[in-house]
Every structure is written in C-alpha cells, then in structure tokens.
Design a protein around this ligand. Structure first.
Ligand code: HSE
Length: 425
C-alpha cells in the first residue's frame, strides 16, 4: 500500500521513523506492505530520512497514480480540506490527524468519502496516542455510550496540575508550560478550551451517531481558575481538572467543556501533567477509562499508523460518522453541585444572609469554608473568600442565586463558580 504523506512536522517525522523501525512487524500486520512513495511539504527538511520517497513542495502532488492512501499531517483547515477532498474525489482513502479540519468540515468530508466508498481514518485527531476513536467505533459497538468525561487537552491539564502541585498562579503555570515546550507558542486555543471543544464534537458524533456540531459545544476555558480556587478545592477534597463532557439523555445530548471539581480519589483526579484520559459510561460497561499520551510525535504517529493498517486490512470501509440523529444539543442541563467562591465583605451577619439566600432558593449547602481575612487590613474594608459547595442545582438556578449574592460581595471581585463532577470516574 503506497503512502503519500503531506507535512514534515513532528507527527510526520514520527510516522516516517515508526515505518522505518517497525518494517517487518508492519509487513506481518496485513496482506499489504506499507511503502512511502511521496512526501510533500512547503518546507523541505534535508535532515529527515524520507525512506526513498519522492519529495515535492506542493501537497496536491500527492493525489497521484503512485499513491494509494493520502496521509494529511499539515494542519490548518483550508489547504488540508482541499487536499483531503481532492484525494477522496479521486477515490483514495485518507488518514488525518487534523481535528480542526474535521470539527469544521467533517460532515461534508465524511459525506464525500461515503459517496466514493472510501475511508477517512482520524484516530490521531483526538487525544494523540490514546485509542479513543477505535474504542468508540469498534470495541464498544455492542454497547450504548451514555456519558463521556475526558481530560482531552494536555496543556490545560499540565497547567492545572502544576498550579496544584507547586501552589503557583495560572500565569506562572502557563509560563512553565511554554518554557518546557508543553504549550503552543500561542496557548490561547488550548487555555480557552477551543481545542477541547473540537475534540468533544468529534467524540460525541461518533459516540451518539450524530453529525459533528462543534459550534454547539458550550466551551469554557481555564483562565478564570485561580490559585485560591485550587487551594480551596483541595481543602474540600477535590482537584480541578478541565473536562470535556457529553451526556446522552432521552431527549437531548448535553455537551460542555469546562473546569470541574472532581474528587481527589477519582481516577481522573490522578491524571497529571500532559496526559489525557477519557472516561466512558456505557449501557453494558459501568465505566471504562483510557489514559495515555494525548500528544507527541511518536504517540500520535502510532495512531496514524493504526489507521493505515486499518485501511490495509479493510479497504473501502465507509467512515463511521454521518448518521443523523435528531436529538437536540444543549449545554450541561442536568443539575450538579457547584463550588461557589464568594468574595464576601467581612462584616457581621454576612454569613447568615448568605445562608438565607440559599435557603430561599431551596439550595442546601454541602460544605462552607471561610478563610480569615488578612489581619493587616481594617476589618470593615476587607473581604474574605467563602467557598461553598451547593446541593445539585441547574446552571440557571445558580445564576439566580448569584445575582442575589452580589450585594454581599466586594465590588472589585467577581464570584467564581465551578461545576462539581460527581460521576464516579
Ligand atoms: N495542544 C493539544 C493539547 C495537543 O495540549 O492537548 C494537540 O491536540
């Protein structure tokens, strides 16, 4: 099976290295030996061993008679879309690691692939080396997926776990991620949750048999999480993680990306640094967790290779996404507990008023934690963080309560809220 690889970045280099290293093992995996016949990239790299492939600076050169499968590893959306669609039009299967491309154009790409009877492999597009796409599509085909809860962005997980382990601010944890090369030079795409939202849209489409709806995912990043929140959550027995969550109900599919408090002893709370983990709850398996490297050249290249072997074993298999389920998409509607950090004015009676507001809205408090004020500031002019854990409520109930709490707070500061994820993962 002759491969045309577009791109010569980290993943493409990892793929070339794996093909070279695994030679005879790969030959034994299918009836078709893999051979790289073409590599195309705008930037040549003389130091990379192209395994004897022809090099070209134009990626559209890959849609050629001596290429059976096109491997798209250039990233971005426009040039990648043209390449992928050109290959599919020509009846060539495609393997891609490009989640942004699929989040934006996946529905039309999969439709085109289906009409041409060829496959689109995208294991590497979500969580790098963690085999979540094949798991959802193949291994769990005999059970209905009810819920997905994943740590799908390594940068956010590195930042949150560094804040917790080193007791540092978000800004210094982000600087550390940049210094170590863990984060992209511009980390906003990750920190703001966009990357996780795109990944969730692909997972949900596969898990629940619906079109890809990346614009329908409610996305909240981690930039509002403070060192104080991390400390207070710890004292309450929780860690903060950035979670991509999807839940399939009878009338709607809830999709959301947000920071969440999760119990310290849960599996997801143990996930530190750049690792990714995806927890699933299904009709037949109570719970399943996949954990591993969500990025990195070799790990992601191994996912690309698994798709290539899939093509070699089973050419022409249609892509797994494209059925159209008509359930509505909503944000997270199911009531959940919330952590609420109230910068309360430090004066007598405030705690009583706070309790009364909660009770007026039938919200019970599972925990209250108040830190003493800084002794150097005059008491009448200071504020103290009061951390609350509410009983399960909806986001709109929470919004009403917050409005009433505002007069009790320091006007310079805002109330911070973080969802508690009580599912046992
Ligand atoms: N930037 C991503 C992350 C990896 O931090 O997880 C690529 O999807």
């Amino acid at each position: 099976m002759r491969l045309g690889i577009a791109g010569l970045g980290t993943v493409a280099q990892g793929l070339l290295a794996l093909v070279r290293e695994l030679g005879t093992h790969l030959d034994s995996c299918s009836d078709h030996a893999l051979e790289v016949t073409r590599v195309a990239s705008r930037r040549p790299r003389s130091e990379v061993d192209l395994l004897g492939a022809t090099f070209d600076s134009r990626v559209d050169s890959l849609v050629s008679d001596d290429v059976d499968v096109v491997v798209e590893l250039i990233g971005g959306t426009e040039a990648a879309r043209q390449l992928v669609c050109g290959a599919l039009e020509a009846g060539k299967p495609v393997v891609t690691a490009n989640k942004a491309l699929l989040a934006e154009h996946g529905n039309s790409i999969f439709e085109l692939a289906r009409s041409r009877g060829v496959s689109v492999g995208f294991e590497a597009s979500v969580c790098g080396g963690v085999p979540i796409i094949h798991t959802l599509h193949t291994s769990l085909a005999g059970t209905q997926i009810r819920e997905i809860a994943g740590i799908v962005n390594g940068t956010c997980n590195f930042v949150l776990s560094t804040m917790e382990e080193r007791d540092v601010s978000l800004a210094s944890a982000v600087s550390e991620a940049l210094r170590l090369g863990v984060a992209e030079a511009d980390p906003r795409f990750d920190i703001d949750g966009i990357d996780a939202g795109q990944k969730l849209s692909l997972l949900a489409a596969l898990a629940f048999g619906m079109p890809i709806r990346s614009n329908a995912v409610r996305v909240e990043g981690i930039s509002a999480v403070s060192r104080e929140d991390v400390r207070l959550a710890g004292e309450l027995g929780f860690r903060i993680r950035h979670i991509a969550q999807a839940r399939c109900g009878s009338e709607a599919i809830e999709l959301g990306v947000h920071p969440a408090l999760i119990k310290c002893d849960s599996t997801l709370a143990q996930v530190r640094g750049v690792l990714n983990a995806v927890a699933l709850r299904t009709s037949a398996l109570d719970k399943l967790v996949l954990l591993g490297p969500g990025a990195g050249g070799r790990a992601t290249a191994a996912a690309v290779l698994s798709d290539l072997l899939e093509v070699a074993r089973n050419r022409g298999k249609p892509p797994p996404i494209g059925r159209t389920r008509t359930l509505a998409i909503t944000g997270m509607k199911t009531p959940s507990r919330f952590y609420v950090n109230v910068p309360a004015l430090d004066r007598p009676g405030v705690m009583g008023q706070l309790g009364e507001i909660m009770s007026n809205h039938d919200v019970s408090l599972d925990a209250i934690l108040q830190k003493p004020a800084d002794a150097r500031t005059p008491r009448a002019r200071t504020w103290v963080p009061v951390a609350l854990l509410t009983s399960p409520i909806t986001s709109s109930e929470l919004a009403t309560v917050l409005q009433e709490l505002t007069p009790l707070t320091d006007p310079q500061r805002s109330i911070r809220t973080i969802r508690v994820m009580d599912s046992e993962y």
